[in-house]
Ligand binder design. Structure first.
Ligand code: ATP
Length: 646
């Protein structure tokens, strides 16, 4: 039996997880505003987590919500699984969760205030459960940038429980689809941001959406989305893509990169009269969009679905942690724009469900992160897949808010030689709408300081970033014990839990979300007023992306970071640079640490070559152009700022 004929067990049911309530929570959709589906009373579930506050799961049928572990009422705190990857700072499972279903945190125990007694190293249990937690002492640390031995991979996959989770059916209510948050007071300030384009003959920037002459239905959808005028990355990116050029674009967090690539693609597909074919086991999409995390790709899909609303173009999303059969069925109903995480995309292509003959657009969002996470072999496998048009015969677009040098190498391989490099603002710079502050801490006082901070922020939506999955569990549990309604997201949580955590956070049911870097990139959650770096990341790009979860779309936000001199010294100089470039106050004590820091101040080796400019510049004859003439926004080219972060 083909896997996609597998029996569905979880359709329409939603699960679990806020630490905030002891009731089984109600499910909801990705569009948190639409509650018309997936709601269920919750089943009996297991006795939940920390002090009983970590709620359990259930579906409408009263099944135990965890499909891979049917035993209820388990106790015993953290139970690690004896194998699997660890929580190295660059952990693929953390992002796309290729280790589907591997979880440690099995609920029940009253442990959780950091007592080591709650852990059971090397325990072979831990599959399923409530997600998260410590996996055991013999974890492998995922080695960055290295391909896994395919045989090992297959063996590992063979051991995995079959993923049966099917996300809730999406709400078709128009109001929910077009729900959006308002542009902030600083939206118009985007016009003052420096823009630089390198490459030959870039097309003229647009100043209004009208200039693009969008098809009627697309224009209507843009309007309904509350888009009145384009942001700089859209002003420049849309005409570049419409002109058929390849593009590497770098623009600050929250400044509308998603629409910058979706709108011209959709416009072209609609103008060409592309329509989703009828049911067929093999679908041949015109566009493939790849992103490193499940949550991000789902968000991109929802944006695509919004802009394609009421048209014949059909976007589909595929990602890890969800039943493969479900995805195959979705694809077979017609697919023009396929959004996916790398592994699941390759799986769909490998199974012969997706053909590449008609592919015209390949978009890599957060491409630098995909490299960091070791997805380079997957990306190369994707562009080398049978039927994939050569780079001369497809349009390739790469987007990110940061631009390390190794991504330029990839750009050179994947993009046509005459690709355009678009830099909006300081490449790799922090969003200046985010007020950044730092608190010098010792590790022993961090938790109390977090609590004090959250007492001040109250019910305002706050994302708390930590460095490890275990830490995420600890902190979330700690906050719940302190009666702060909190949920968490990290790569060891099951997909249903990750989705529910975001829903609870979006809806305000849990105004505090404790997250690992899985939530650092791309997530666009309305009204996130605060970001707290409980643990600072080990590279500056990650810091920029994390604090970019607030201060989006012209809104203001605040980021507070706990700086522990014992562990964060290597970041000091980069932080000072980032703060200065974003016109933020640099604490004198931080400057002092920066002054005394070793010269190589970024622990991530991939960041040692961080550059702020297009590496082709100056290397190729005749390779220059001045975009300042093209746009009033282009006062002085950002990329002319040659200073490295180091
Ligand atoms: N022209 C516009 N007018 C109004 N709102 C917009 C416009 N462009 C984008 N937005 C909104 O701004 C928010 C941020 O956009 P988006 O998520 O695309 O940013 P991003 O640049 O991809 O951020 P990140 O780097 O964090 O991934 C979204 O809610 C989006 O709908």
């Amino acid at each position: 039996m083909d896997e996609w004929e597998e029996t569905e067990t979880t359709n329409g049911c939603v699960a679990p997880t806020s630490y905030a309530s002891s009731e089984a929570p109600q499910g909801d959709s990705w569009n948190g505003d639409c509650g018309g589906f997936g709601k269920g009373p919750g089943g009996r579930g297991r006795r939940g987590g920390f002090s009983g506050s970590f709620s359990s799961v259930g579906d409408e049928n009263g099944n135990d919500g965890d499909s891979s572990n049917k035993t209820g009422g388990e106790t015993g705190g953290f139970r690690g699984r004896g194998r699997g990857r660890g929580f190295g700072r660059v952990d693929r499972s953390e992002m796309t969760g290729d280790d589907d279903g591997m979880c440690g945190f099995r609920g029940g125990s009253r442990g959780g205030r950091g007592s080591r007694g709650g852990f059971r190293q090397g325990d072979q249990g831990g599959r399923g459960g409530l997600g998260g937690g410590y996996r055991g002492k013999d974890e492998q640390i995922f080695s960055q940038g290295k391909d896994k031995n395919p045989e090992q991979k297959d063996a590992a996959e063979g051991e995995r429980p079959k993923v049966t989770y099917i996300p809730p059916t999406l709400c078709e209510d128009e109001e929910a689809i077009f729900a959006h948050y308002e542009r902030g007071i600083n939206f118009d300030k985007y016009d003052d941001i420096m823009v630089d384009i390198s490459g030959t003959n870039p097309p003229q920037a647009i100043m209004t959406f009208e200039e693009v002459q969008l098809c009627e239905s697309l224009a209507k959808n843009v309007n309904k989305s509350g888009y009145v005028k384009p942001t700089p990355v859209q002003k420049h990116g849309i005409p570049i893509i419409s002109a058929g050029r390849d593009l590497m674009a770098c623009a600050q967090t929250g400044s509308g990169k998603t629409a910058a690539f979706l709108l011209p693609i959709l416009q072209q597909l609609m103008a060409d009269g592309v329509a989703a074919s009828r049911f067929s086991e093999l679908q041949e999409p015109e566009a493939i969009i790849v992103a490193p995390t499940r949550e991000l790709i789902c968000q991109i899909f929802l944006e695509a679905r919004k802009f394609a609303f009421g048209t014949c173009v059909r976007p589909v999303v595929v990602y890890g942690g969800v039943s493969t059969g479900h995805h195959i069925r979705e694809i077979s109903r017609g697919c023009n724009i396929l959004c996916g995480t790398p592994g699941r995309l390759l799986d769909m292509i490998g199974r012969g469900k997706v053909g590449l003959q008609k592919l015209r657009y390949l978009v890599l969002d957060e491409a630098d992160r995909m490299l960091d996470m070791g997805f380079e072999p997957d990306m190369r496998r994707l562009v080398g897949s049978p039927g994939m048009p050569s780079k001369e015969n497809r349009q390739t677009l790469m987007f990110s808010a940061t631009y390390p040098e190794d991504i330029q190498r990839l750009a050179a391989d994947f993009l046509k030689i005459d690709y355009l490099f678009l830099a909006v603002g300081v490449v790799g710079g922090a969003c200046s709408d985010v007020e950044q502050s730092f608190v010098e801490v010792t590790k022993f006082l961090k938790r109390e300081q977090l609590l004090d901070l959250l007492k001040i922020t109250g019910m305002e939506r706050t994302m708390v970033f930590v460095e490890t999955k275990r830490q995420a569990d600890f902190i979330a549990a700690f906050l719940c014990q302190e009666k702060v309604p909190t949920t968490s997201i990290h790569g060891d949580r099951e997909q249903r839990e990750r989705e529910l955590a975001l829903t609870d956070f979006r809806s305000g049911k849990c105004p505090v979300l404790v997250a690992t870097s899985v939530a650092a990139r791309g997530l666009d959650i309305p009204d996130v007023q605060h970001v707290v770096n409980f643990d600072l990341p080990n590279n500056i790009d990650e810091y920029v992306h994390r604090i970019g979860r607030t201060g989006r779309c012209g809104n203001t936000g605040k980021a507070v970071s706990f700086y522990d001199p014992d562990v964060d010294g290597q970041l000091a100089r980069s932080l000072v640079t980032i703060l200065s470039k974003a016109q933020q106050v640099v604490p004198s004590w931080l400057e002092e640490y920066a002054f005394n820091a070793p010269s190589s101040n970024d622990a991530n080796p991939s960041r040692r070559n961080f550059t702020s400019t297009d590496s082709r510049k100056g290397h190729e004859r005749g390779f220059s152009q001045d975009s300042t003439a093209k746009s009033p926004a282009a006062a002085a080219p950002a990329a002319s700022d040659e200073e490295d972060w180091e």
